[in-house]
Design a protein around this ligand. Sequence first.
Ligand SMILES: Cc1cc2nc3c(=O)[nH]c(=O)nc-3n(C[C@H](O)[C@H](O)[C@H](O)COP(=O)(O)OP(=O)(O)OC[C@H]3O[C@@H](n4cnc5c(N)ncnc54)[C@H](O)[C@@H]3O)c2cc1C
Length: 396
Amino acid sequence: MSASATGESAPARPLTVLSEEEQMFQAAAREFATKEIGPHVEEMDRAGIFDQELIRKFFAQGYMGIEVPEAYGGSGGTFFMAVLAVEEFSRVDASAGVVIDVQNTLVSNALMRWGTEAQKKAFLPRLCRDTVGAYALSEPASGSDAFALETRASEEGDHFVLNGRKLWITNAQEAGLFILFATINRELGYKGITAFIIERETPGFSVGKKEDKLGIRASSTCELILEDCRVPKANVLGEVGKGYKVAIETLNEGRIGIGAQMLGVARGALEHAVRYAQERRQFGRPIAEFQAIQFQLAQLATDVEAARLMVYNAARLKDAGRPFLKEAAMAKYFSSQVAERVASEAVEVFGGYGFTKDYPVEKYLRDSKIGKIYEGTSFMQLQTIAKAILRLDART
Ligand SMILES: Cc1cc2nc3c(=O)[nH]c(=O)nc-3n(C[C@H](O)[C@H](O)[C@H](O)COP(=O)(O)OP(=O)(O)OC[C@H]3O[C@@H](n4cnc5c(N)ncnc54)[C@H](O)[C@@H]3O)c2cc1C
């Protein structure tokens, strides 16, 4: 007799046991990443350019609108499924992981939560069909102190006129749509921050220099330039002066996506190390037969499992409508540490070969570094966690 038939509540499912639908989605994402993304990874990293044909495939397979309801052209999935896809893509290539991460956990997410019905109808189907999105908060002088941003939005009739510069904007090279934050009055502090939806073709808007980076080299990271860029008032996302809420709430969720990206990086690096340890022979036997290597791999696998539990827990809390702020910050903080540690030790398992570009592990190490920097540095995550456990906000 089932638990529900006896009136007992069903036993809770362990975090890493997926529903049938989630399992199928995960398996499809894994196969897609291995077969479709895998063959392009080395060349994309070398060239520092993301393959456009791959992005078309992301759209065709529904990975660019995972959580968007079917009524708006999306796949009608859950946040947890978006996290699974980011993890599986990042296991193969962290740049591919961040392309879909920004699209799903920041851009579509912000529109679904804050967009008017007209904005959702206008933009969500495009984001699911063929338009890459980007999320533009950071500026040259405001990173961690994001609400000290200087890009100005002045009211002129039924438009706002924007002037300023954004820096470090992921997906900017490919994007057709930008969620961009500006202030209507710097003296208002965070209460001046306003979110805008900006189309790439808007006069006065341009994409500037692309960064040449240590890791996630195929993912574009660019400057944005706004020179008398006229944005219709209908393109304000949320309320004027409430952009800080849009930013905080989307980034709280986005952080779980970065945790998933780092989990994928850690898993990918570990799998390579495990395989290599069984193939590489020294002293007449595979190096995996040395207890030192066994213990090293066992420790790394334990770290990956802990990161997985934290990321999945944060995503499940979000989908259940439960508080997740602290858990999301912890998941990102911890997973980015694990990714760096696993990738670094994977290089050591490969010995001298690991230090060359002929083997994949050095790329995992380079790609892992970004996890501690974007969507809030590790110190910013610790600040969020400390505030939560010490209840600092409640006392001030
Ligand atoms: C590849 C890449 C992609 C990115 N993509 C995007 C994007 O798509 N959209 C976007 O808006 N931004 C993006 N960013 C920007 C990113 O979010 C910022 O780089 C990040 O928030 C840190 O800001 P910063 O670089 O100005 O560093 P800073 O804020 O100057 O920090 C420098 C150091 O000081 C520390 N620090 C700062 N304040 C404190 C404090 N109060 N207490 C303790 N330590 C502190 C930091 O932890 C860090 O170690 C991206 C960055 C990179 C590198």
